[in-house]
Write a protein that binds this ligand. Structure first.
Ligand SMILES: [Fe+2]
Ligand SMILES: [Fe+2]
Length: 176
């Protein structure tokens, strides 16, 4: 099972990335919360919970396949923003970066013929396409309305942006 170990080590690293993403989103949420933009704040608080869920799915997977779980140190995060557009820019960059990380994990699973891992990663591939697309939409709206962010607030409410759950999502540690 040496190949398997390699994937498990990489997945442990990704757990740190997901928790890091969660912290970044709390930073973005706090920025908007302080400006009394509650829909934008809630949007990012929800994203933060989602990223935590991704980490917990990965933890559950490692438990399921009987691999060690390292609960990682989370390194410093950027949570100060100079204006109201940059949190969303950060979010789009972050989702693109996580996408690359997810595709590398998928590749590693495939290269090492770890079929369980490959199947596990499939949901995350689909999820990243959705998350990047979501952040592109939000960035478009925020850039267009940066002089009146109440329009963004309306947009998020009207479109239920970032809401709704996915029945195919892998199980999370601690949820059953
Ligand atoms: Fe994620
Ligand atoms: Fe994400």
């Amino acid at each position: 099972m040496a190949d398997n170990k390699t994937f498990a080590a990489a997945l442990n690293d990704q757990i740190a990335n997901e928790f890091g993403a969660s912290m970044q989103y709390i930073g973005a949420a706090v920025h908007y919360d302080a400006e009394t933009l509650p829909r934008l704040a809630n949007f990012f608080y929800r994203q933060a919970v989602e990223e935590r869920s991704h980490a917990m799915m990965m933890i559950q997977y490692l438990l399921d396949v009987d691999e060690d779980v390292r609960i990682p140190d989370i390194s410093g995060v950027e949570t100060k923003f100079s204006d109201d557009v940059s949190p969303v820019r950060m979010a789009l960059e972050q989702e693109k970066r996580v996408g690359e990380e997810i595709y590398s994990l998928f590749e590693l699973a495939r290269e090492t013929r770890d079929y369980r891992a490959e199947q596990f990663m499939q949901w995350f591939v689909k999820e990243q396409v959705e998350e990047v697309s979501l952040m592109i939409d939000l960035l478009n709206v925020v850039e267009r309305s940066q002089d009146n962010l109440l329009l963004v607030e309306d947009f998020i409410a009207r479109e239920s942006l970032g809401e709704g759950s996915d029945g195919d999502a892998p199980p999370e540690a601690g949820s059953g």
